[in-house]
Structures are given as structure tokens and as C-alpha cells.
Design a protein around this ligand. Structure first.
Ligand code: NCD
Length: 312
């Protein structure tokens, strides 16, 4: 595998191999000296044209723990703000002798275009409303740590599906791993064409969480309402959205006793998720962040070292 552009590009064996490698990498996180040698002398550039806290810093930490040199370039403060084209910026950075580019961009498809321009490895860290494959991998890692094998497990993904690259990547990866997904959103936030996706669709959150709509739910993933990508009114008021689609304390009680709650972050507390749900014992939000480092170490390791077996 040269690039990681889409969760849909991963076969079941490849996805499981990354998750298994991530488990090995996780052990490093608990050590006092968090450093392994395999990417010594390799250079990774985080090229972020969109805001990020956890994705960028976890790619940076992951690269550094594998002994790579990691450089961060963001649109603000770079030549992009002087009018340079995307292609020229990318070719300039790549010309410095970079081994991998980790790219986030607000245009869907931009990262795949970039992969066609350069010789180095390219990892999609989120392109517009399209895909965010390492988020799906870290979500699968987190779900697996709580539920075990994901075959036939049922995951509800709730919220702003239209603008969510996390939802699309998760649907593809969870289907590859044999899990069942139900997407829940108001009709205005459900993308057109969703009926061709490998999942079920519902507009009624209470029916889904209580198991009435499509059987017992093993885990629920809440998505952020992506106001920065909305051009018009997708729902009447925030209060109305929270009442119909927010994970309130009452809705939490509809879930089976062991069902975990996930959210990719950043969270809008009081809108898609109540503080009671976000801070409950079911919440795996911080486990997801932890898993992010292990999974990104696994992806960088497997792409850059070309090794299938972990020898660290
Ligand atoms: C997600 C993203 O950027 O797509 N966040 C993340 O990577 N942790 C989801 C979001 O912004 O809502």
C-alpha cells in the first residue's frame, strides 16, 4: 500500500493488520521512554489547510515516537496566504525530500489529487466532506477494545451525516469489518445517494437506540454539527436539533447496559451530545484520542517501513 486515501481502499485483511499493529504500538504509550527506532532518518510533513487539534497533534506524536522527523505546515503562515496554488505549495514541500505527506484540505478529493502529483506516500487526514480514514481506523480500534470482534455488531452513527467525512469512512470500514451500521439524521442532514451506501438509514433516534428500528445497538457514535460547512438552515433551531437528535441523559438510558458512546471530537456539548453523556462511564471519547496515536503509528509504520510484521 503506497497511500491511505480512503477507508474503502482497505481490504478486511489490511484493516485488521493495521488494527493489530496498532495494538502493538499501544504498548509504547504506557512506557516511560516513548521512542521506537523504525522511522529514523525519515521525514513526514503534516500539511494542514484546515483547522485541527487532535488529528494533527496525534500524527505528529505518532511520527516522533517512531523516530521520524515531523514538520508541521499550515495554510495560515504559509505561501498559500500569498496566493500560491495548491499544486505549487505541495510540489515545493515535496521537493525538500519528504517521505510522507499527511494532508488535510477543505475540498473533497484534494488529497487524492495531491497523491497524483508527488512521489512520496500521502495520507488523507480529512478531505472536505469526503473521507477521514485514520479516524475510522481509530474508531474501529476503540470499538474492538470494548466489543471484541466487530462481525455482526450493530453501530448507530448519529447526526450531521451530510457534512461528515467521519461517517462516510466509518460506514465503509465497518462494512469491510462485517459490522452493521444504521445512520440516523434529520432528512436535511442525510446525504442524497445514501441508499447506495452499505448501511441502514433512519430518521428516528429513539427507535434506533431502543432497538425498535433495526435491532439492539451495540455502540453509538455521535457526530458534530458542522456549522462551518453549512450554507443555509438545515434545522429550525439548535434547541430543536438537540431535542430530536441530541444524546440526552434519557436517550442514554435507552441503550443496552454495555453499549459505549463515541464522538470524534470536537464536541458541541448541549447540541449533539449532553454533558451527562459525554462524561459518562460509557463515553470513550478519550480512549478514541489515545487510539488515534496508536493507529497513526501503525499506518505510518506500515506505509513507510513497508513491513508487514512488527519487529519493534
Ligand atoms: C473530525 C473531522 O475533522 O472531520 N474531527 C477529527 O478529526 N477528530 C470531525 C469533526 O470535525 O467534527
Amino acid at each position: 500500500m503506497k497511500h491511505l486515501l480512503s477507508a474503502g481502499d482497505l481490504s478486511r485483511d489490511e484493516a485488521l493488520a493495521i488494527l493489530d499493529t496498532a495494538e502493538r504500538m499501544h504498548a509504547v504509550q504506557t512506557r516511560e521512554v516513548k521512542k521506537l527506532p523504525p522511522l529514523r532518518g525519515r521525514t513526514i510533513v503534516n500539511l494542514f489547510f484546515e483547522d485541527s487539534t487532535r488529528t494533527r497533534s496525534s500524527f505528529e506524536i505518532a511520527g516522533k515516537w517512531l523516530s521520524a522527523d515531523v514538520i508541521n505546515v499550515s495554510a495560515e503562515g504559509s505561501s498559500v496566504s500569498k496566493g500560491e496554488s495548491l499544486r505549487d505549495t505541495v510540489l515545493t514541500v515535496a521537493a525538500m525530500g519528504v517521505d510522507a505527506l499527511v494532508v488535510r484540505h477543505n475540498a473533497s478529493g484534494a488529497v487524492a489529487r495531491i497523491a497524483g502529483w508527488v512521489d512520496c506516500h500521502v495520507i488523507n487526514a480529512g478531505d472536505g466532506t469526503h473521507e477521514h480514514p485514520t479516524q475510522a481506523l481509530l474508531d474501529a480500534y476503540t470499538l474492538r477494545s470494548r466489543l471484541g470482534d466487530l462481525t455482526d455488531r450493530h453501530v448507530a452513527i448519529v447526526g450531521d451525516i451530510t457534512h461528515s467525512r467521519v461517517a462516510r469512512s466509518n460506514v465503509l470500514l465497518l462494512a469491510t469489518l462485517g459490522a452493521r451500521v444504521t445512520l440516523v439524521a434529520p432528512p436535511t442532514l442525510m446525504p442524497s445517494g445514501v441508499h447506495s451506501w452499505p448501511c441502514d438509514v433512519s430518521w428516528d433516534l429513539d427507535d434506533v437506540l431502543s432497538g425498535k428500528a433495526s435491532g439492539d445497538v451495540d455502540a453509538v457514535m455521535m457526530l458534530r454539527v458542522q456549522r462551518e460547512r453549512m450554507s443555509g438552515g438545515y434545522f429550525p433551531t439548535e434547541r430543536e436539533y438537540a431535542i430530536s437528535y441530541g444524546l440526552s441523559p434519557e436517550r442514554l438510558d435507552l441503550l443496552g447496559a454495555d453499549a459505549p458512546v463515541l464522538h470524534p471530537g470536537p464536541m458541541n456539548r448541549g447540541l449533539e451530545i449532553s454533558s451527562v453523556a459525554a462524561d459518562s462511564a460509557r463515553s470513550m471519547v478519550l480512549e478514541q484520542v489515545q487510539a488515534g496515536v496508536s493507529v497513526r503509528m501503525a499506518v505510518l509504520y506500515r506505509l513507510l517501513s513497508g513491513a508487514d510484521e512488527v519487529t519493534v
